[in-house]
Design a protein around this ligand. Structure first.
Ligand code: GDP
Ligand code: IMO
Ligand code: MG
Length: 458
């Protein structure tokens, strides 16, 4: 059996926490896309772990695999491993030999291109896009290549001069150490040696299938969210991989039947957040000083209503700790958006949803949910295909009475019926609109602060 965990919005829905929660019953936890652009938080008692590349299953000591669909920065890999070891954990991490490697020139090019663009994406600057570009361009260097010095040198000698030309001739910048073949060879063959010494590399699909055939439970952890999926997201304000369920197949080497026979769980934050540029139709007033870089979402002078929205956004941002795990950027905040969730439910075929952050919304007089959009005079109930159209959507809301602040730890231990009635109304509305059962409700960041209705790994 497999269980796949997917972000249903724009990232930071609480995937790491859910992987940790359901990880109890799993034997292997695998990431299938993205790289160290992710920021997944796991909170256990007083301990908080922020993981950018390693699967969240490391916290429970599960076997963790970085799948072939990922892009791997070896420096981050070893830094995260060392940091966890220093905290007393004993991580068992394997890396797909087919995964592509992020090199320093990818990060440099990520930065240069962002600077050069009129409408910057607001990337995490980790070189993610340029690495996937090289993968698609058949000039990438893979984890398996780091283990063979001859292959590594040959590939660097092919690709580095091209990158130098791009930096110098296209962008008119100077090259530094990040484009020095000998320097790169030295450092990256060293990473290869360490991977080999620690026996970390695997033939991902074969490895996972054999674990499944032995009766093991595999939990697949998506990074990012559906609306920043390169195919199903709001292009070009997207990441360069597929967080949606199809990515779980191509990014691991497990077949669609294997993934599809299992469970696919959509993670939903009880409101909307976004880091980086692009539309956010249900957005409350923008982040001060932030320039979203997308025409439709330029900050407007604040009216009274705008000031109230700004206060509300600040309240939710602070209550929910909505500051980026990777970059520390304040996240843009808005109301829950059902067209987004319908789009995500269809694109990945969710068998269940986990809705979190119900505690963050407590104490508000009323809570709104975007139920449909008006696009150029027509009502639509899912996300239109172009970002320009999405940016033009105005939102039709349904208003719910708010719920009070309560003792969430007590609610978590007593169970679903202990939730305030208005919160239950809110959750049941979402569940019925998505025609997908509610598997769990998050009422705090901690492992025990979740009401579990269905645990697909047990
Ligand atoms: P991910 O990228 O999807 O793994 O999510 P992040 O870790 O980036 O962001 C989610 C944040 O919300 C983290 O700080 C979590 O600890 C926290 N969190 C998750 N679920 C809940 C919840 O139900 N309530 C509250 N208050 N925080 C939560
Ligand atoms: P988790 O796994 C939220 C956003 C960036 C930018 C766009 C492209 O924590 O949910 P990239 O560096 O990937 O090329 O940036 O995608 N982005 C995320 N937003 N959560 C994430 O990860 C993100 N990873 C990338 O802000 O808009
Ligand atoms: Mg995150």
């Amino acid at each position: 059996m497999t269980v796949t965990i997917i972000g249903s919005q724009l990232g930071d829905e609480g995937k790491g926490g859910t992987v940790d929660l359901y990880g109890e019953g799993a034997d292997v936890v695998v990431r299938y896309q993205g790289g160290d652009n992710a920021g997944h938080t796991v909170v256990v008692g007083d301990e908080t772990y922020e993981l950018s590349l390693l699967p969240s299953g490391v916290v429970r000591g599960k076997t963790c695999v970085i799948g072939n669909g990922c892009v791997v920065n070896p420096e981050t890999l070893f830094d995260e491993l060392d940091a966890l070891r220093e905290r007393g954990l004993d991580p068992d991490v394997r890396v797909a030999e087919r995964a592509h490697v992020i090199f320093p020139y990818h990060r440099r090019l990520d930065g240069i291109e962002e600077e050069d663009k009129d409408e910057e994406v607001g990337t995490t600057g980790r070189g993610i896009g340029p690495t996937y570009e090289d993968k698609a361009g058949r000039r990438g260097i893979r984890v398996g290549d780091l283990l063979d010095e001859e292959v590594l040198r040959t590939r660097l000698e092919y690709v580095v001069p091209q990158k130098r030309a791009v930096v110098e001739d296209v962008f008119g910048k100077e090259c530094g150490e990040e484009l020095d073949i000998d320097e790169l060879f030295e450092t990256y063959s060293g990473y290869g040696e360490r991977l080999a010494e620690e026996g970390m590399t695997v033939n991902c699909g074969d490895y996972l299938q054999s674990r499944i055939d032995d009766g093991d439970e595999v939990l697949l952890e998506g990074a990012q969210g559906t609306l920043i999926d390169i195919d199903h997201g709001n292009y070009p304000f997207v990441t360069s991989s597929n967080p949606t369920a199809g990515g779980a197949c191509t990014g691991t080497g497990l077949g669609p039947t294997e993934i599809g026979q299992g469970e696919i769980v959509g993670i939903v934050k009880g409101y909307a957040t976004r880091v980086g540029s692009g539309p956010l139709p249900t957005e409350l007033a923008g982040v001060e000083g932030d320039t979203p870089g997308y025409e439709g979402s330029e900050a407007q002078p604040l009216s009274d209503a705008g000031e109230r929205e700004e206060e509300l956004a600040t309240y939710i941002r602070d209550e929910g700790g909505e500051y980026g795990t990777v970059t520390g950027r304040p996240r843009r905040v808005g109301w829950l958006d059902l067209p987004v969730l319908r789009h995500a439910t269809r694109a990945s075929g969710f068998t269940g949803v986990v809705v979190g952050h119900i505690d963050v919304l407590a104490g508000l007089d009323e809570v709104q949910v975007g139920v449909s959009y008006d696009l150029d005079g027509t009502e639509i109930d899912t996300v239109p295909p172009t970002t320009e159209e999405w940016g033009r959507c105005s939102v039709n809301y349904r208003t719910f009475d708010g719920w009070p602040e309560v003792d969430w730890d007590a609610v978590a231990s007593e169970g679903y019926d202990a939730l305030p009635e208005n919160a239950r109304d809110y959750l049941e509305f979402v569940e019925s609109e998505l025609e997908t059962p509610l598997y769990a409700v998050g009422v705090g960041p901690g492992r025990d602060q979740t009401i579990v209705l269905e645990n697909p790994t047990t």
